[in-house]
Design a protein around this ligand. Structure first.
Ligand SMILES: *Cc1c(COP(=O)(O)O)cnc(C)c1O
Length: 340
């Protein structure tokens, strides 16, 4: 293995030694197999290629100050993948098999787990694909599940900082009764054009409004949205957003800190009343928002005049990171320690 410069890592793919694979054939899942190939061989008519039978997950493992490796809320990811499977008619993977494959992928790539001091972590990417041939629109009867890992750098290299976000009305990510609540590639394909336009304009993300009325806040492309005001953590309730495990965790932490938590529809105008706003997800935990520009309405909602994140966002971010790195006691049973 080549030397890795841990402080140079970004959020990208790096080859590791092994990945783990399970197959659903003849009505059952096989035990996990270890592969040293970065490639898969699948049928040209596989349903994942033509009809989008593809779902994925994203989670992380962290090396703590105590040298222990902790996986954050793995079970939640297993359950969410099962929900995605029900959403697009794929074979559900049992929770125990998901957990076994994730742990195996970590163990087999031990030397790629970044040291505690680097602030980096091991990103884990489970993927489930429909693999059998269909030309008519129909679900597959064979599936492949795989898990690969890749070390990723700390999201905030120059410290925890805010970025600007934009609202567009001419793009929707997901329909109200569509597939927005599932973690599937199709939702990401649908967000690429808007994301590219936002980046070209200097924004870090698009904040989507509800597709039907364009009156309420939905979420950002790959992250949930929250606002803070009057000691309250407020996050949208919607039938087209992905249930973020980070958001769920932050709600619990906010409550434990004595804040009120509200999960409800958030009207666009309410943005003007928030003291802080942020995006949340596995990649960054919290990515605080500097301002939201509603370019079509020529309106800006500013949360940070000096570019610094708000006090509540900082506190929530530090609290969650401390649990992930084993610096604070995990009172919630969120972490799984990997036994080598
Ligand atoms: C994965 C994802 C998130 C974040 O979920 P976490 O479980 O917190 O990583 C938010 N929105 C979308 C659309 C996602 O796919």
């Amino acid at each position: 293995m080549k030397e890795i410069n841990w402080s140079d890592l970004s959020f990208g793919y790096m080859k590791t030694d092994y990945n783990v694979r399970c197959y659903y054939r003849n009505g059952q899942w096989t035990d996990p197999e270890i592969s040293d190939s970065e490639y898969i061989s699948i049928h040209i008519a596989a349903t994942c290629l033509h009809y989008g039978q593809e779902a994925f997950e994203g989670l992380k493992a962290f090396k703590g100050k105590d040298g222990k490796i902790r996986i954050f809320r793995m079970r939640e990811n297993a359950l969410r993948l099962q929900s995605s499977c029900r959403g697009i008619m794929m074979q559900e993977l049992p929770t125990a098999l998901f957990e076994q494959a994730v742990v195996e992928a970590i163990k087999r790539n031990r030397s790629y787990i970044p040291p505690y001091e680097s602030g980096a972590s091991l990103y884990i990417r489970p993927l489930l694909l429909g693999t059998s041939a269909q030309v008519g629109v129909k679900q597959a009867d064979e599936y492949m599940f795989l898990v690969f890992v890749t070390p990723v750098g700390p999201y905030f290299k120059e410290g925890f900082k805010t970025t600007p976000v934009v609202i567009f009305r001419q793009f929707d990510r997901a329909a109200p009764l569509g597939t927005g609540t599932y973690k599937i590639g199709g939702n990401y394909a649908a967000s690429l054009v808007a994301g590219d336009k936002a980046h070209a304009m200097g924004y870090s993300s698009v904040l989507y409004l509800d597709a039907k009325e364009k009156k309420y806040i939905d979420e950002c492309g790959p992250a949930n949205f929250f606002g803070i005001k009057n000691n309250t953590y407020i996050t949208p309730e919607s039938t087209s957003i992905l249930p973020s495990i980070t958001n769920k965790s932050l709600m619990q932490l906010a409550e434990a800190m004595g804040m009120k938590v509200e999960r409800r529809r958030v009207p666009l105008e309410e943005l003007a009343t928030f003291e802080e706003a942020g995006m949340c997800g596995t990649a960054a935990v919290i990515s605080p928002i500097q301002r939201i520009d509603d370019v079509e309405e020529d309106k800006s909602y500013i949360f940070s005049a000096d570019g610094k994140p708000g006090a509540v966002s900082v506190k929530l971010y530090n609290e969650l990171r401390a649990i992930q790195y084993g610096e604070k006691e995990d009172l919630y049973g969120w972490t799984t320690i990997v036994d080598f």
